[in-house]
Design a binder for this molecule. Structure first.
Ligand code: SGN
Ligand code: CA
Length: 532
């Protein structure tokens, strides 16, 4: 890939300057927060319809094995920006990380190659963005309603409206201004980073009624007892045990509601609504909450509600399933507006005549659990949160269509964009350019046969222990480590796709296990991870 890119540079160097600009595609990178493939109909038709996101896949390509390197917001973003694993870019976890913006990043390299770069939306890397000609970011996680943005001059101001719509408006405005600024604008790379669909899944007011008549099927492994998987049993991310009845499921009536761990945060979030908006919000959630507290009472012990102890037909079991339905419905509403807004962005690109010379990428910072193993949240190297949606609409000249089944990772985006821009790919970038997969009608013969993963944020919210591991086509080996755990897990992804049976140490797996250990160590050496 690197050889190809230097060839591209050579060709480029011989082209006249204007032709170079005209030929190079724009990049529109749309990244959502916690949007998982189960909730995108191009990947999974069980739950929601996402016609606009699917349109990107339909007109372009869908990656069926798309993974992150560290399933958490800040770390994922740092991997994407640098093309390097967390131990190399230095941002290993949200709690203590400050991204070193002086390091080499893909946006800076794109700038050096003559691109104009812009970033709009969630940043979450603490330090001030570098490498962007224009940026407007949400502080930390940002808010859904009337959100505050930080501007390049350091000022902060709240915009009116719903965050997904505002981010889209800002992105379109920036593109319009960019296109109109000069007769011959530079190619651009625009990073549109949505807050949707992050917890606590607050819907756009116009979508608040959606999905209420839908009853979502429970995932098959909803009632997991975590046998044989120590780290899974130690978490604080169970829908039953850990979802806050006020903050997460939005059951709040002024005079009735018990104070919960997160009820003050809930009031802060919805306190951002203007009086007329709040009225609309309350007209939906307050009657639901009244019914809820009438049924359950306010002194019912909503927490802890542990699935393993919930007898079928018991109050706990009924409440658990009710929480799941609330979670699914609210998340689905947030996805709906996201889908609409991505459609609006695509429409703009089309009407401005930009679509055919633009790479449009749609992805998320990681996947998410929609009740699998009884969970919400992410962090684990198990499939639902190791994976992330990845679809692309390709610029003119890139002929690939349909599914791409090679294993790809978010460290691959940086070298891909650089190669596409005709810029050299520095040797220290650890990802692989996806351009060979996008060019031509089929994949090249040589590709990676395993991916490496490393998660670091413990002790922290949701209590997922630190772990690293390898996934190959067939197997997955994970090591959970730290002061209170030292546990290995081995899965056969073909016979056990839901990762319910830890086969580590089983005699019939001895050969596979030894081979997976060897391959894991080889990857840790290749990526130079000191933690092994
Ligand atoms: C917040 C959420 C967590 C979530 C992290 C990280 N809690 O802390 O549930 O795991 O963000 O998410 S909340 O009470 O503030 O909603 S990430 O996507 O930004 O990494
Ligand atoms: Ca996230």
């Amino acid at each position: 890939m690197k050889r190809q890119s230097s060839l591209a540079m050579l060709v480029l160097a011989q082209m006249p300057a204007i032709a170079q600009t005209a030929a190079r595609p724009n990049i529109v990178y749309i990244m959502t927060d916690d949007h998982t493939a189960q909730m995108m109909s191009a990947y999974d038709t069980r739950f929601v319809e996402t016609p606009n996101l699917d349109r990107i896949a339909r007109d372009g390509v869908r990656f069926t094995r798309s993974y992150v390197a560290n399933s958490l917001s800040g770390p994922s973003r740092a991997c994407m920006l640098t093309g390097k694993h967390s131990h190399k870019n230095g941002f290993t976890n949200n709690e203590h990380g400050i991204f070193d913006g002086s390091q080499q990043t893909m946006p800076k390299l794109l700038q050096a190659a003559g691109y104009e770069t812009a970033l709009i939306g969630k940043w979450h890397l603490v330090s001030t963005p570098t490498g962007f000609d224009h940026w407007e970011i949400l502080p930390a996680q940002g808010d859904y309603y009337n959100p505050t943005f930080i501007h390049q001059d350091g000022s902060r101001a709240a915009d009116s409206g719903y965050v997904t719509r505002i981010i889209t408006d800002k992105a379109i405005t920036w593109m319009k201004e960019h296109e109109q600024a000069t007769a011959n604008p530079k190619p651009f790379a625009l990073f549109v980073h949505h807050k949707a669909c992050h917890r606590a899944w607050l819907p756009a007011l116009e979508d608040i009624q959606l999905y209420e008549d839908r009853s979502f099927a429970l995932p098959p492994e909803f009632h997991d007892d975590y046998a044989g998987r120590q780290a899974a049993g130690l978490t604080e991310m169970e829908i039953g045990k850990d979802m806050d009845i006020v903050y997460d499921t939005k059951m709040y009536v002024d005079s009735l509601t018990p104070a919960t761990r997160l009820s003050a945060s809930y009031l802060n979030m919805i306190g951002r609504l203007a009086p007329a908006e709040r009225k609309k919000y309350d007209s939906f959630y307050v009657p639901l909450s009244q019914q809820f507290y009438q049924k359950w009472g306010t002194d019912y012990n909503f927490l802890p509600l542990r699935d393993a102890s919930s007898q079928a037909g018991s109050r706990d079991a009924e409440l658990l399933e009710w929480k799941y339905q609330r979670y699914m419905r609210d998340y689905a509403k947030v996805v709906h507006s996201l889908d609409q807004e991505v459609g609006r962005l695509l429409d703009y690109l089309e009407s401005a005549g930009l679509l055919d010379n633009t790479l449009v990428v749609y992805t998320s910072d990681q996947g998410f659990y929609m009740g699998e193993h009884g969970w919400f949240d992410k962090r684990f190297m198990y499939e639902e949160s190791l994976s992330t949606p990845l679809v692309m609409r390709l610029p003119r000249g890139y002929e690939r269509r349909g599914d791409i089944n090679e294993m790809v990772q978010n460290i691959d985006y940086a070298p891909t964009f650089l190669e596409l821009a005709g810029a050299p790919i520095p040797d220290d970038i650890q990802g692989m350019s996806l351009v060979p997969l996008l060019r031509g009608k089929s994949s090249p013969k040589q590709w990676r046969d395993a991916i490496y993963y490393h998660y670091y944020e413990y002790p922290a919210e949701h209590a997922v222990r630190r772990h690293y591991g390898i996934r190959t086509d067939r197997y997955k080996l994970i090591h959970f480590y730290g002061h209170d755990i030292n546990a290995w897990e081995l899965y056969d992804m073909k016979n056990d796709p839901h990762e319910m049976h830890n086969l580590y140490g089983q005699p019939q797996m001895a050969e596979v296990q030894a081979d997976m250990h060897r391959r894991l160590e080889a990857l840790q050496i290749q990526y130079d991870d000191p933690q092994r």
